[in-house]
Write a protein of this length. Structure first.
Length: 282
């Protein structure tokens, strides 16, 4: 296997192109989670989802943030939604299949959200099995997709616990900046509590360095600290800072579509190969 030294300072293996997925298996559910905002969760959800489609996977993206950034980032107006993931959570008569929207990328679907979702925690708090609400909602589409990606809100409240309870694994996008490191231990504690109490299959797939600027010593030191603290859980793939991500968001397209030959698109294709190597069932 060819090895090169990557931004994390480790020898980076060459990840092969993924093989076709075995038919008939339920979707692998992955939560994008970090209680700190602005770390690239939504960009990663969109870009990884589109790159997974390029790799032959059927992908459902679930917007689980009241800000509706995932919905907006795919070109939809969150304020114009008649129904969203919120309605499926609080009304058992509304099924998730009623909410699925096709995006501009064939094979990439969306369950949208908007500010209505901010009321979900209050509505769910008195429900029996409130931590399993999202898992219940997603159950009818488990065999319609290969991968389901959940874009979590930047908090560790009941919505985040719902996402972690529904998921098989967690990807933690982390800005290559010192203050982004401080909250990761708290997130790890939350993941461990969810694993103990509501989802013993939950695991951390990896920590993803985002917004990396190789010109700064600071970014390199943050990556080094990540590797020292988390070891092989840190992805070899690192997402570098580029204006193309903002441009793609304005266009309402994944970067793999908006700028398919850009370094950012290449990074997410590499991340896709690495994620699939860590999640052989996906």
């Amino acid at each position: 296997m060819d090895l090169t030294t990557g931004p994390t300072g480790r020898s980076t293996p060459h990840f092969p192109d993924p093989a076709p997925r075995a038919p008939g298996a339920p979707a692998v559910i992955i939560a994008m989670c970090n209680q700190k905002g602005g770390v690239g969760k939504t960009t990663t959800t969109i870009s990884l989802g589109a790159a997974l489609v390029e790799a032959g996977r059927r992908v459902l993206l679930v917007d689980f943030d009241p800000q509706g950034s995932l919905t907006v980032g795919l070109g939809f107006n969150a304020h114009d939604l008649d129904q969203s993931i919120y309605h499926a959570l609080i009304d058992r008569e509304i099924g998730v299949k009623d909410l699925v929207m096709s995006t501009s990328v064939k094979g990439l679907d969306l369950v949208p959200a908007n500010i209505d979702l901010s009321a979900a925690e209050m509505r769910l708090v008195t429900e029996v099995g409130r931590e399993q609400a999202l898992a219940r909602v997603l159950k009818p589409v488990r065999f319609d997709y290969d991968v389901i990606l959940i874009d979590c809100q930047p908090s560790l409240g009941l919505l985040a616990v719902n996402a972690l309870t529904a998921a098989h694994g967690v990807i933690i996008p982390l800005e290559c900046e010192y203050f982004a490191l401080r909250g990761v231990a708290l997130l790890k504690d939350t993941i461990e509590r969810v694993r103990e109490r509501t989802n013993d299959e939950l695991s951390i797939i990896g920590l993803l360095g985002t917004m990396y600027d190789s010109r700064t010593l600071h970014g390199k030191e943050v990556l080094q600290s990540l590797v020292e603290g988390w070891g092989d859980l840190v992805f070899h793939t690192v997402i570098r800072r580029t204006v193309k991500f903002s441009d793609a968001t304005v266009a309402g397209e994944p970067i793999t579509v908006y700028a398919p030959n850009s370094p950012g698109a290449a990074s997410y294709r590499e991340l896709t190969r690495e994620v699939l190597s860590r999640c052989p069932d996906a």
